[in-house]
Design a protein around this ligand. Structure first.
Ligand code: KG4
Ligand code: ZN
Length: 327
């Protein structure tokens, strides 16, 4: 069966098509350039842009897969969490499409979509990631660690108490004058710096549980920049990146110890970070990082989650058309 998946939770309009668990199309219309001058996402602008492009992004996804609308056997969309106006565009579009075509509608939690992104990665040397596994989601909006025992049996082990990891990268990048969103630029600058130059402590070190915290680190960077504007920015970037990566990896390792899981899936935009990928290779875990097109926000991961749910016995009813956006 072909499932059409839509994600409009934040600033990307994502539409994907998944056939029997295989990604046939994945089109994302990015709004980054629209929001960049404001240094962050403007919610009202995001909703309007989703509305302007959603129809054409669906058409592009169908064209990429070489399919017509009549091939679509179910429609899935993110119902939350996210910006409420942005969510409403994709959710309403998806519900209307499912209703008009007389096919089931499946509302999907955005983070379940991120977790499912690992299921869509083409078989590599490591094979496809199948539950049980641990999943670290690190993006601009979320940083959480999940235990996925089976589809439908997902438990959050910990989450950030303040900023998300990507948000911390973006805020530190802005303090260093690297623009928005600056996570990638900061990580490039870090390549030339000394990661030990600034001895930032590991956040929440020694505390029980699997939560994260990055706002103290951001404040430390802000203080250093304010105190000496001409400090070595590459050293600061490298030291900052070292601590964020170490926090993510050491927490994931402790969770693996505590739960006995040996496979770790990493999703979200921060999965693009080179130091994080390299550091994870140094661990005894089997690490799956989906390709970036699936790791960042997209519609295919929403269709993959819907497929996994259907496979595990979930049957959508007409009541799912009542699903509301949950910010
Ligand atoms: O998953 P994503 O595309 O969007 C959501 O936030 O949902 O993640 C974007 C985040 C941004 O904060 C961005 O700065 C960060 O991922 N990011 C990176 C890198 N590339 C993107 N952070 C660190 N290193 C990178 N190479
Ligand atoms: Zn996301």
């Amino acid at each position: 069966m072909v499932i059409l998946g839509i994600d409009t939770s934040c600033d990307d309009t994502g539409v994907g098509l998944v056939e029997d668990g295989v990604v046939r199309a994945n089109v994302v219309a990015s709004q980054t350039a629209l929001h960049a001058p404001f240094g962050g996402v403007m919610p009202e602008q995001a909703s309007r842009e989703h509305l302007a492009v959603i129809g054409s992004v669906v058409d592009r996804a169908l064209a990429e897969a070489g399919l017509g609308l009549e091939a679509v056997g179910a429609v899935a969309a993110t119902y939350g969490p996210g910006l409420v106006g942005a969510l409403l565009v994709g959710l309403s579009y998806a519900k209307a499409l499912a209703w008009a075509r007389g096919v089931p509608f499946i509302p999907v939690h955005h983070l379940e979509g991120h977790i499912a992104s690992a299921l869509g990665a083409p078989d590599s040397a490591r094979g496809r990631a199948e539950p049980p596994f641990l999943c670290l989601i690190a993006s601009g909006g979320h940083t959480s660690l999940f235990e996925v025992r089976a589809w439908g049996e997902i438990r959050e082990l910990g989450r950030t108490r303040d900023d998300a990891a990507g948000e911390a990268f973006d805020k530190a990048a802005r303090l260093l004058g690297l623009g928005y969103p600056g996570g990638r630029a900061l990580s490039q600058l870090a390549e030339t710096g000394d990661p030990e130059a600034f001895p930032f402590p590991l956040p929440l070190k020694g505390q029980a549980g699997f939560d994260f915290s990055f706002s103290g680190l951001k404040t430390a960077v802000a203080r250093l920049v304010a105190a000496s504007p001409d400090l070595n920015k590459a050293d600061l970037a490298a030291s900052f990146e070292r601590v964020v990566v170490e926090s993510l990896v050491s927490t994931a390792l402790r969770a693996a110890d505590a739960t006995g899981h040996t496979t770790l899936v990493v999703a979200g935009g921060v999965a693009a970070n080179r130091r994080l990928r390299e550091r994870l290779q140094d661990t005894p875990l089997r690490v799956h990082v989906p390709p970036l097109s699936l790791a960042t926000d997209n519609g295919a991961m929403i269709a993959l989650a819907a497929h996994a749910r259907l496979k595990s016995g979930f049957r959508p009813t007409s009541a799912s058309l009542e699903a509301d956006a949950v910010p």
